[in-house]
Ligand binder design. Structure first.
Ligand SMILES: O=P(O)(O)OC[C@H]1C[C@H](OP(=O)(O)OP(=O)(O)O)[C@H](O)[C@@H]1O
Length: 275
């Protein structure tokens, strides 16, 4: 079948977006569409220009015999601002207030379209960095971790708070989480990560930072490197926070459980240099 340019453009765009952060040789497209590499190069220039104009992402070309083209999911500032405002609007409802200054977010974390956009925003912040693994802790951070991982094309490891025989041999650490200052345990299968890997840790909510700090400590047990931290919502915390280098999209400034009011502002994504 001889493919027309319009058909090639549709199909190659679909293929590129289904394979983010993967280097695809031009010969793959030339063979798929029975077209000359020069035609494919012209096609890719159109895709690249449109992706960048529409804020879909970047199309990076790697020259040489082992080269090819790679789609890098990357959002524009206006898209980040849109999702931050949407999150603030959703989270401001007083019926989300929970004891201890936490917010009910499970419905948002179960919204695939929203979580996918959150994942792309955080992936954008690390689009040009080497990330090998996305780590989170069960349970509410899992959907965000998978969304980031999809856009960065890396695996997810989920830290548990209990030991399970199905995890094989494990590494565990104790940490203090939440304002209750409870001692909790983090457990991760020894098979989860290899020494030297660069790990992005994420979670839905950060208050004291004990949970994020616990995951940082766990990385040391695996001889892995912390590449970054990303939380959907951070809570204003008067005391010294256990984790200070992170991206957040929304900040929970003030909670008045008596008046049932919630004050939210944008997180530190832009001030931290998020793309
Ligand atoms: O910054 P910290 O003070 O440590 O608190 C943040 C923790 C607490 C809460 O998890 P939980 O609701 O305890 O657990 P799960 O995610 O399993 O619901 C949230 O999802 C973060 O993981």
């Amino acid at each position: 079948m001889k493919w027309k340019r319009s058909e090639r453009l549709v199909d190659m765009t679909h293929y590129l977006m289904e394979h983010p952060q993967q280097l695809i040789p031009l010969t793959f497209f030339a063979d798929s569409y029975q077209s000359a590499k020069s035609s494919i190069s012209e096609d890719l220039s159109i895709v690249k220009e449109t992706f960048e104009e529409r804020g879909i992402g970047l199309l990076v070309t790697v020259p040489g015999a082992a080269g090819g083209v790679k789609y890098i999911p990357k959002v524009q500032e206006r898209q980040v601002k849109e999702i931050v405002e949407e999150l603030k609007s959703e989270l401001a409802h007083s019926d989300r207030l929970l004891p201890g200054g936490y917010l009910f977010m499970t419905d948002l974390l179960g919204n695939p379209e929203l979580v996918n956009r959150v994942g792309k925003v955080f992936a954008s912040a690390f689009f040009d960095q080497k990330i090998d693994v996305i780590m989170t802790v069960a349970t509410k951070g899992i959907s965000i971790a998978h969304a980031i991982a999809r856009h960065l094309n890396v695996p997810v490891v989920v830290v548990r708070r209990d030991n399970k025989v199905t995890e094989g041999s494990t590494v565990s650490i104790n940490y203090v989480s939440g304002s209750s200052r409870r001692i909790q345990t983090m457990v991760l299968s020894k098979r989860s990560m290899k020494s030297g890997q660069r790990v992005l840790i994420t979670d839905d909510f950060m208050k004291v930072g004990g949970t994020m700090n616990g995951m940082k400590n766990l990385l040391e047990e695996f001889d892995c490197t912390l590449a970054g931290c990303a939380v959907l919502v951070e809570a204003e915390h008067p005391d010294e926070r256990l984790v200070d280098d992170y991206y957040s999209l929304v900040k929970l400034k003030e909670v008045n459980e008596k008046d049932r009011t919630i004050e939210l502002t944008e997180g530190n994504y832009f001030s931290k240099g998020g793309n």
